[in-house]
Write a protein that binds this ligand. Structure first.
Ligand code: PMP
Length: 444
């Protein structure tokens, strides 16, 4: 019995019961046998890369400190003293959490202000907040469409978009990555009276390329479909004012729903949707991931609010981000690395083999360069890669150091290259190919 001084606890019973229960627990993990085996092997070989802790101050890496390329803190605001101060003040004024759903009193005045600021920033009528970007996508998509509808999603869209679409009960179809012609082909087969939601990302988190938004939007709108854009990686990064891919292409008034996360350029956590008041009102009162979940803490809202103000007032951060990412991308390409379709601060290095990818990431970590490995089931095996996220706060010296280390470790691990490596970094960098300037790249 529990608490009577014997060694038995709530989980114990007689031996036979325990064996039966253990067997039934094993049945639940059986479908994950291959995955668990991979985890065990990686741990045994000291190559396990996940759930490690990262010192946020390390992002501003002085010499000798690790070069952190795993944070989506594109504008370098997570360590900014103004953002930290705002979060501290919010805790002092409003406590650590409102311990309540947004509908039932989870919002502080900071949440209300953030909703208004997000809507104004994105030039939309209204905005609603979620506790995470994942919850935002799941809630938006699943509340906008239902059983009789169709969701058309780019094949590289984030899992949260796919999960929302599946949860909605709508038919889900994938179009080829960034292909307006494939989207058109699917739309042409569709009945005109069916409600269709087309979902794309601004910057694709997988490959680091930019959505062909003008073509995709025209295809969708010609067919009467609604367009939702996930600006998770493009907010603060793309567009004259950092409003994302929709601004970059002059389409802020054309996209129907703008989704974003606060866990990247806004240096916080949380998600949002912005659009026409009728759409946002519908989502705010029907998205189950919003209604049935506690609101993001006041400190999170305060941090996002301050970051948004900084994004508006300090455009030079975006300039620095693009200079850094263009530099890093070019250096990798000069050394023959396969950076896939990246033209943005999201920079994959394709390895093409899961085991080698883990080894590459682990050895890089050992040498002081932190990158994110992506292996099955995140990506197909032959597309296994490590991914680097460049930020405005990386120094040129730290990026040079990272390139040198990547070059050396890749040679030791046998990472394949598309061309033979160029000579090592030198102070005076000569370029064989004429490359676009950062501003041009942003317009690409
Ligand atoms: N959308 C995209 C494109 C993402 O990459 C992510 C997460 N990286 C999300 C949504 C989910 O956002 P969050 O991590 O803020 O929940």
């Amino acid at each position: 019995m529990v608490g009577n001084g014997t060694k038995k606890n709530a989980k114990s019973g007689n031996g036979r019961d325990q064996a039966t229960r253990a067997k039934s627990r094993v049945a639940f993990v059986a479908p994950f046998a291959a995955l668990l085996e991979q985890v065990h092997q990686a741990r045994a070989a000291d190559l396990y890369p996940f759930y490690s802790s990262v010192d946020p101050d390390a992002v501003s890496n002085g010499s000798g400190r690790p070069v952190v390329l795993v944070a989506n803190d594109y504008l370098g605001l997570a360590a900014d003293e103004r953002v930290r101060h705002a979060a501290r003040e919010a805790i002092t004024r409003f406590g650590t959490s409102r311990c309540s759903s947004p509908l039932a009193g989870g919002h502080s005045p900071l949440h209300t202000e953030l909703q208004t600021r997000v809507a104004a920033f994105l030039q939309q009528e209204s905005a609603a907040l979620f506790a995470s970007g994942y919850q935002a996508n799941v809630g938006i998509v699943s509340s906008m469409v239902g059983r009789d509808d169709l969701v058309l999603t780019d094949v590289l869209n984030h899992a949260s978009i796919v999960d929302g679409a599946r949860l909605s009960g709508a038919e889900v179809r994938f179009f080829q990555h960034n292909s307006a012609s494939h989207l058109r082909k699917i739309l042409a087969q569709e009945a005109r009276d069916r409600r269709i939601l087309v979902v794309v990302e601004g910057i694709y988190s997988a490959d680091g390329d930019i959505a062909c938004l003008p073509e995709l939007c025209s295809a969708a709108h010609e067919h009467g479909a609604m367009v939702m854009i996930d600006e998770a990686h493009s907010l603060g990064v793309l567009g004259e004012g950092g409003r994302g891919a929709a601004e970059h292409f002059g389409l802020l008034a054309e996209v129907d729903l703008i989704m974003g996360t606060m866990s990247k350029s806004l240096a916080s956590v949380g998600g949002f949707v912005a659009g026409d008041r009728c759409l946002v009102d519908t989502i705010a009162h029907s998205a189950r991931s919003l209604i049935f979940s506690a609101a993001l803490p006041p400190a999170g809202a305060a941090a996002a609010l301050t970051s948004l103000q900084i994004i508006e007032s300090e455009p030079d951060r975006r300039e620095r981000l693009w200079e850094n990412s263009q530099f890093f991308l070019e250096e990798l390409q000069d050394r023959g690395f396969d950076t896939m379709n990246s033209v943005t601060p999201v920079i994959p290095i394709r390895v093409g083999d899961p085991g080698k990818t883990l080894e590459f990431a682990a050895r890089l970590r050992g040498a002081g360069v932190l990158v994110c490995p992506a292996i099955p089931p995140m990506v197909q095996s032959h597309l296994s890669r490590v991914r680097a996220h460049v930020t405005a706060s990386h120094t040129r010296e730290s990026l040079e150091r990272a390139v040198t280390v990547i070059d050396e470790v890749a040679a030791a691990v046998g990472v394949r290259r598309t061309t033979s490596p160029a000579p090592a970094l030198s102070g005076a960098r000569s370029r064989s190919k004429k490359r676009p300037a950062a501003a041009e790249l942003q317009r690409a």
